[in-house]
Design a protein around this ligand. Structure first.
Ligand SMILES: *Cc1c(COP(=O)(O)O)cnc(C)c1O
Length: 412
């Protein structure tokens, strides 16, 4: 298999750089600098130290024995990105780009955020590297995510509300790009997933592939074999591609990406861009996109804010077409069941994003054998989602409320 992207940032027909002329120079400078830093021992060594001593890497791989026993099929292992500082894999990328910004002599970073998780991770990295931090966030999201907005402010970031369009992530991204164009001499755009124009999809993938590298070493060292399946949720696609990337050439390892089916694929309330979308252009890249017949972007929906994006990283589009990765979908309701299962059986409250991968297990794991191994990327912890989970359970969206089973057990 060829290494991708090509020099112009294409993954097959996807990716590339669909941007105004004013951005080309900045993207070329970033591509050049990143290429040098990638091979720079000192940069890699410094980054390694931050990832280990600050973010808490390597994260453990935990054998979820209760969950395995519950299903009675393949052994299930969890890659614990939920234990990273700030609660998810996003810090891997923001520390790396923060360090890169500093090396490039920039003193300011701009970032987009939807639910605020990438905003908080960016503001955190800005503290570490002494950078000024501006986060663009849709007005709608600011209202929904007051706690993260406050966290960003505590961390010293400026949060700028975006009033245009649907007043969510898509619009915040446009504003962050606009800011970058205007201030490119002093500013680095810290993009939060494997999306956007070249070199972001490849660069963010490289920064997140530490997840897959650690997983691979773990299995080779302790089990003298690789897992049979890797499963991860796909929003923009950074935790999944980071998990999958070191395994792409291991043809025996089956890779499964889980998209959000929201309230159902037959409704308009979902975020399954690979499953239900078609090739189009958004945020400087060509990729699968939820769009209507006129090419207007359709809004995405998922109970998990991190999966609520109408497109997906271009490498995923390529991997879907090539068949190397299978993409499946999981509804809000199934994700809540996944959340509940892991919480009750293992005492780990997952974020709603990886709860989709857990929800998929429930439906699919019957097809596996007892001597097989499934590794699942637990991309983040659930603290941020407790209000949403509570609201959903109180509304009765996922059948019984989570306390019920325990109460029943006490009675027995
Ligand atoms: C942001 C987020 C995601 C989705 O983003 P990807 O780029 O697809 O990884 C998934 N899980 C968690 C916990 C997140 O915070």
């Amino acid at each position: 298999m060829k290494t991708l992207p090509d020099r112009a940032g294409h993954f097959g027909i996807y990716g590339g750089r669909y941007v105004p002329e004013t951005l080309v120079k900045a993207l070329e400078e970033l591509t050049r600098s990143y290429k040098l830093l990638k091979k720079d021992r000192k940069f890699q060594e410094e980054l390694r130290a931050y990832l280990e001593d600050y973010a808490g890497r390597p994260t453990p791989v935990y054998e979820a024995k209760n969950l395995t026993r519950h299903f009675g099929r393949a052994r299930i292992f969890l890659k614990r990105e939920d234990l990273c500082h700030t609660g998810a894999h996003k810090i891997n990328n923001t520390l790396a780009q923060g360090l890169l910004a500093k090396k490039l002599g920039k003193r300011r970073i701009v970032a987009e955020t939807g639910a605020g998780q990438h905003g908080v991770a960016s503001a955190t990295a800005a503290c570490v590297f002494g950078l000024e931090c501006v986060v663009y966030m849709g007005e709608e999201d600011i209202e929904r995510q007051a706690l993260n907005v406050y966290k960003m402010k505590l961390l010293g970031a400026e949060v700028i509300p975006v009033h245009s369009g649907s007043r969510t992530l898509k619009d915040a991204t446009n504003e962050a790009i606009r800011d970058w164009v205007a201030n490119v001499e002093t500013t680095h755009y810290l993009l939060g997933s494997v999306v956007g124009p070249h070199p972001y999809p490849a660069m963010v993938r490289d920064f997140q592939s530490i997840i897959g590298k650690e997983t691979k070493s773990f299995f080779l060292k302790n089990w003298k074999r690789l897992p049979d399946y890797l499963i991860a949720c796909v929003g923009g696609g950074s935790n999944s591609i980071g998990f999958f990337y070191p395994f792409l050439k291991e043809r025996k390892v089956k890779l499964v990406g889980i998209e959000a089916a929201g309230q159902g694929l037959n409704t308009k309330r979902h975020a399954a861009s690979l499953t239900k979308g078609s090739a189009g252009i958004l945020h400087g890249m060509k990729s699968y996109l939820l769009q209507n017949r006129d090419g207007q972007v359709e809004p995405a929906h998922s109970i998990s804010a991190g999966l609520d994006y109408p497109s997906v990283g271009p490498e995923h589009s390529y991997l879907k077409d090539s068949g190397r990765v299978k993409y499946e979908t999981v509804t809000d309701r199934e994700a809540l069941e996944g959340f509940k299962l892991l919480t009750e059986l293992e005492g780990i409250m997952p974020a709603l994003e990886p709860s989709h991968a857990l929800g998929f297990l429930k439906r699919w794991i019957r097809k596996t054998k007892r001597n097989e191994i499934v590794a699942l990327c637990l991309s983040g912890r659930g603290d941020k989602d407790i209000p949403a989970v509570r609201k959903a359970f109180e509304k009765g969206i996922s059948g019984s409320d989570p306390g019920k089973r325990k109460r029943n057990r006490e009675k027995v």
